[in-house]
Design a protein around this ligand. Structure first.
Ligand SMILES: [Zn+2]
Length: 448
């Protein structure tokens, strides 16, 4: 596709790393050529003025499960990337499960790239997986351009993606330290005090996966991070008190970073009474006090990134009718909703647009090795933009979401902030329910 012509978008709220200001962003050949005062745009450049709307950097979602090939009936590249575009996400990074095959070899990565080619509405990159029998595959996967290496310290739910732990991490961390590629970890580690709990309500689910599981895992990861000085990124932190571990790791200068997810910032366990499988995810959604601590840690810069952990499955796998919690698939689909969930949650907090852009765009772009072109409104970067109304409140209707299966725990939730346009490399990927540019998404590789 040809690069779009030179043009500019302007508003009173252009979110740059240095702050939010009235400006025009001049776009040329899909990149940001300049950020200038509105009346300094050269007369031959057409300008579209968005007045009070916010022009933010496109979101970089480093945690999305697309499931294609192999489980495309759960979610596929076309539906997931359209949902992303509708949510202002301009780059997403696909997790190595739950596709089939899982992305644990270069051959599987190439299968995935072939499946994605030509059906992505936004730019897409890939994480690889670490399992007990693929240690020799990790370096070739890095050479092939994966953004991170994902491991589970507990059962992943998939037989073909077994858990790993200290033994495998010690073997792989020297390589990741040398290559500066993060180990992404699902950090729950059971202990001998764990007891089987029959799940009748959400409190039972919480009791079955206590905070100590997260603590066990994070203690080990912090020690390994200090020993190998390899980048380790804990995904989907749910516990509020454990944020202090990341504060101290940062004080010590360790490359230990952490993500949380929209559902931990929006819901809380006291609100969830029965065992409604739509809310099943691991770690579980914890108490209201945890939620408050997660927000504090975000605002203090202790939590680095927010990833959706978009993890869909067909509705029948949720077993809503029978309420069979144990066999219900865990995972929440929200790639399209991250921005309005976060912005609504911020209503009672104080954080400027620039901080939101760090959590949702700049920090994840740095994590996945794409910060030279993604995650910022800055000269030379890709013109990936999310143009949104920060005052609009609206109610989620699952049927109107773009991802494959419409079942969502956010059904009926009031959110705040609505995406109106999404530009991917200067091309209009999304506008008011339409996708004018088509499947223009590129498949990206991490920079060496
Ligand atoms: Zn995940």
């Amino acid at each position: 596709m040809n690069s779009p012509p030179r043009f500019a978008v302007a508003s009173r709220r252009v979110v740059t790393p240095e702050g939010t200001r009235a400006a025009a962003v001049i776009i040329n050949g899909g990149r940001i050529e300049a950020i200038v005062n509105r009346d300094h745009v050269p007369s031959e450049v057409p300008v579209e003025d968005f007045d009070d709307l916010v022009i933010s950097p496109g979101l970089v979602d480093a945690h999305v499960h697309i499931n294609e090939p192999g489980r495309t009936d759960w979610e596929g590249f076309a539906s997931a990337t359209r949902a992303a575009a509708a949510g202002g996400v301009t780059t997403l990074v696909d997790m190595p499960l739950n596709s089939s095959p899982v992305t644990t070899t270069v051959a599987a990565l190439e299968e995935k790239r072939a499946a994605a080619a030509g059906q992505c509405w936004v730019d897409v990159a890939f994480h690889a997986g670490l399992v007990p029998d693929n240690l020799a595959d990790v370096e070739p996967l890095l050479d092939a351009g994966v953004c991170g290496v994902k491991a589970f310290m507990c059962d992943s739910g998939l037989d073909e993606f077994p858990a790993t732990g200290e033994r495998e991490f010690r073997q792989i961390l020297p390589l990741l330290a040398r290559r500066r590629v993060p180990l992404l970890v699902h950090a729950e580690l059971t202990d001998e005090h764990a007891t089987a709990v029959e799940i009748r309500n959400y409190a039972d689910w919480l009791a079955s996966r206590p905070e100590s599981f997260e603590r066990n895992a994070i203690n080990l990861l912090r020690a390994l991070c200090a020993e190998y000085l390899a980048p380790i990124h804990v995904v989907h932190l749910a516990s509020g008190p454990l944020t202090s571990h990341f504060f101290w790791a940062k004080q010590d200068g360790l490359p230990l970073t952490v993500e949380t997810c929209p559902h931990y910032l929006h819901f809380y366990a006291e609100r969830l009474e029965g065992a409604d499988p739509r809310f099943k995810c691991a770690p579980p959604i914890r108490r209201k006090e945890d939620r408050a601590r997660l927000w504090e840690a975000l605002i203090a810069g202790v939590i680095d990134t927010i990833g959706s952990d978009h993890s869909p499955c067909p509705p029948d796998m949720k077993h809503l009718a029978s309420g069979d919690w144990q066999s219900s698939w865990g995972g929440i689909s929200s790639v399209e909703l991250t921005l309005p969930i976060v912005w609504r949650g911020l209503r009672t907090q104080i954080a400027p647009f620039t901080r939101v852009a760090e959590w949702l765009s700049a920090n994840p772009a740095r994590l996945v090795g794409l910060a030279d072109r993604k995650g910022r409104i800055a000269v030379g970067c890709d013109a990936d933009l999310c143009i949104w109304n920060h005052e609009e409140e609206w109610t989620v209707v699952g049927e109107q979401l773009q991802h494959r299966h419409k079942l969502t725990p956010y059904e009926g939730e009031r959110l705040r902030g609505r995406v109106q346009r999404t530009y991917v490399r200067g091309q209009l990927a999304y506008e008011d329910g339409k996708f004018p540019a088509g499947p223009i998404g590129e498949l990206l590789r991490r920079n060496p």
